[in-house]
Design a binder for this molecule. Sequence first.
Ligand code: SAM
Length: 295
Amino acid sequence: MKKRSILILLLIILGFISTKQSKYIHALETPINSFSSEFRSVDDNPVTKSSAEITVLVPDDARVKLTIEGKETTQRGSKRVFMTPPLDPKKNYIYKVEALIEPNNYTKITRTREVKFKAGDKIEVDLRKEDKKNDKIVVRWVPTPEDIVDEMSRMAKISEKDVIYDPACGDAVMLIRPILKFKAKKGIGVDIDKKMVIKAKAAVKEAEIENKVIIREGDILNEKDMKDLSEATVVMLYIGDDLGARIEPLLRKLLKPGARIVSHRFLLGDWKPEKTVTVKGADGDNYTLHLWTVK
Ligand SMILES: C[S@@+](CC[C@H](N)C(=O)[O-])C[C@H]1O[C@@H](n2cnc3c(N)ncnc32)[C@H](O)[C@@H]1O
């Protein structure tokens, strides 16, 4: 009985290893013209196996790090060609191709595709166009100075009736100033970064307004994380143009008529702001601010 169970266990392990091997494919960074010699040197039976060629197109106006099946690649440029090792012609293969796109020094877009192919195939993966449904976009924390938050609060005419929402709240400055200085009644902040959530909660505690503020971890591109957006009468933003374009439909869908949106520097896709001003900050820099009102 004991021997039988050991045998079954061994068979399961062997089965697992063989499936893993058939699925696991290295992305070789060998250009197509040098492939054939490599192929012959690694395969005893060139007739039965052949490689596949994968061309990946990436945006040419951004820094792009490409990972294939979890392996970071080193090719640069907007067209990158990869060869697989010789593949079994009887099998179907799946690669996960992931591009980390940096259009500027504060935005990181992760664009992923799964591609299916067989030995001998030549396939093209186009990662140039945004994927509105699946792209993950994260911007890094750069705080808005307090005096600029005050300018934004004036622009939105914040008063004691307002509920302020900051969908990428950082250290919660855009909630704390409107509550302390403009008497807003409530603030809701969401941030994708755990560390920022801790920092924001600590700042809210220090300002002694914990009873008026909710801070939580979440991704603003995930509608579930933004479920209470409809409560907001004022939305404060500092999120970059890429995230701005993506959040625009959600703002239009969930905000009630009369709600104001104020953005530090960045726009909301095709939605034209009704007012744009440039103000000089206490630090001597110029800041562009935009205002929209939901109709
Ligand atoms: C430029 S900072 C702005 C912080 C704050 N609103 C301010 O103006 O001082 C952007 C913040 O958004 C957060 N963030 C980036 N991508 C996000 C996403 N997809 N969902 C939620 N928060 C995000 C970052 O962690 C960072 O704290």
